[in-house]
Design a protein around this ligand. Structure first.
Ligand code: PLP
Length: 437
């Protein structure tokens, strides 16, 4: 325990933790993690916690995955990093080729975090219209309750008041259109009908404002930070048609939903939609290293190609295309292929949904929902502080899970077994039944 407390007080003193009111860490200290093993986190005292949310949605194939470890170690013996302006290397070229095959887009541009991918896509879109002689097309549309990251540009298209309001004076105006979140459908209205009704509001906006709009940015199928809000794919199909009709780019922010999370490699596939830009991060390296990528169409790329330097996309980050991160991503793609992960997850997600039957039928549970390897439900009588209480109680059951408001969600690594999922279901029932949660 001495080590544990020591590490926690040193962390409080030296580390400013993300998305945290530091004062609350006194009452609710962070876990002091020493190592990881598959779907499990192990703290400095040897206690084990099932990582039910994949360490903020990034981990796909478990902690300390031998295959990803081996790829990184191999790369370490070759070249750890070289700048990508004026130099190139095998891992970044191969990764770009493979991502192009998977997405149907190309010309991969790299950043290090999801938010920088959003920034890149927004800048590329506006710059495209400028190069096309329509510089007034520089506005952005996003969905209500959408989340695209928290740097100043990304935050301006994010619509989560808790993250956004404080910084409002720093942000550029953007327009939010109604979210097709199926929970908001009227009684008796299908998710599809509601999605189409929302799309008609998007259409009305585009009809008026397409001339000043560069792009519509959207989280396909699942709005993660909104509390795993799920919606009907027809919204994306309709958004694609409308963006084509009104000459506005469609940016698919697949940072959270990409790499199999919703049951297909990319969520857009379920609506048969090809966006103009796709933003990828989180699971791209299997949860190992910071890496993001934006891929786009040949038409967008062509608008930047020419003799004038300023027509080019003069954007960069120091670690753009880092070879170690690219190797982790290549090893991750290898696992998808070798283990036929998308097909395997199809039966796994059905089995897991079955294991959660008792949770979904619990008297406190509302709007139980599932898509691919994401499960979520709302808790009817949650009350203030519910998320923290549920989180703390789940830790006593050996589960690391962090509800968003009154929404509990499960987003486990794909290597999670049925036995582990059964344990997770029991832990959630234990929390829901506890009088203090
Ligand atoms: C997490 C997330 C981001 C931001 O990624 P960071 O790596 O945290 O900057 C952007 N968009 C979506 C949909 C996300 O879930």
């Amino acid at each position: 325990m001495a080590t544990d407390n020591d590490l926690l007080s040193r962390s409080r003193a030296a580390v400013w933790h993300p998305c945290t009111q530091m004062k609350q860490l006194e009452a609710a200290p962070p876990l002091a993690i020493a190592r990881g093993e598959g779907a499990w986190l192990v703290d400095v005292d040897g206690r084990r916690y099932l990582d039910a949310i994949s360490s903020w949605w990034v981990n796909l194939f478990g902690h300390c995955n031998p295959r990803i470890n081996a790829a990184i170690v191999d790369q370490l013996g070759k070249i750890e990093h070289v700048m990508l302006a004026g130099a190139t290397h095998e891992p970044v070229v191969e990764l770009s080729e493979r991502l192009a095959k998977l997405t149907g887009l190309g010309h991969a541009f790299y950043g290090s975090d999801g938010a920088s991918a959003t920034e890149i896509a927004l800048k590329m879109s506006a710059h495209f219209w400028r190069n096309a002689g329509q510089p007034e097309k520089n506005g952005f549309i996003s969905l209500q309750n959408g989340y695209h990251g928290e740097t100043v540009g990304a935050l301006s298209v994010t619509d989560i008041p808790l993250f956004k309001s404080t910084y409002a004076p720093l942000l550029r105006h953007s327009v939010q259109v109604p979210t097709p979140d199926a929970r908001l459908a009227e009684a008796g209205e299908t998710a599809e009908a509601w999605a189409l009704r929302c799309a008609s509001v998007l259409e009305a906006h585009l009809a008026e404002h397409a001339d000043e709009t560069a792009a519509f940015i959207v989280e396909p199928l699942v709005q993660g930070a909104a509390g795993m809000a799920m919606y009907h794919p027809v919204y994306l199909t309709r958004a694609r048609e409308l963006c084509d009709q009104y000459g506005v780019h469609l940016i698919a922010d697949e940072i959270a939903v990409g790499f199999g999370r919703t049951g297909t490699m990319f969520a857009c596939e379920q609506a048969a939609v090809r966006p103009d830009f796709i933003c990828l991060s989180k699971g791209i390296t299997g949860g190992y290293l910071p890496l993001s990528a934006v891929l786009t169409t040949d038409a967008v790329y062509a608008a930047f190609y020419g003799d004038a330097t300023a027509r080019g996309f003069l954007h960069s980050h120091s670690y753009t295309g880092n070879p170690l991160a690219c190797r982790a991503a290549l090893a991750t793609l290898d696992i998808f292929e070798a283990d036929q992960v998308i097909a395997a997850n199809r039966s796994k997600s059905q089995e897991f949904t079955g294991l959660l039957a008792e949770v979904s039928a619990h008297s406190r549970v509302r709007h139980f929902r599932q898509r691919g390897m994401i499960w979520a439900f709302d808790v009817a009588d949650a009350g203030p502080g519910f998320a923290t209480r549920f989180h703390r109680m789940a830790l006593t059951h050996g589960v690391f899970i962090r509800p968003i408001g009154n929404t509990v969600y499960v987003m486990p690594p794909y290597v999670t077994s049925a036995g582990e999922m059964r344990g997770l279901a029991d832990a959630m029932l234990g929390c829901l039944d506890h009088p203090e949660v």
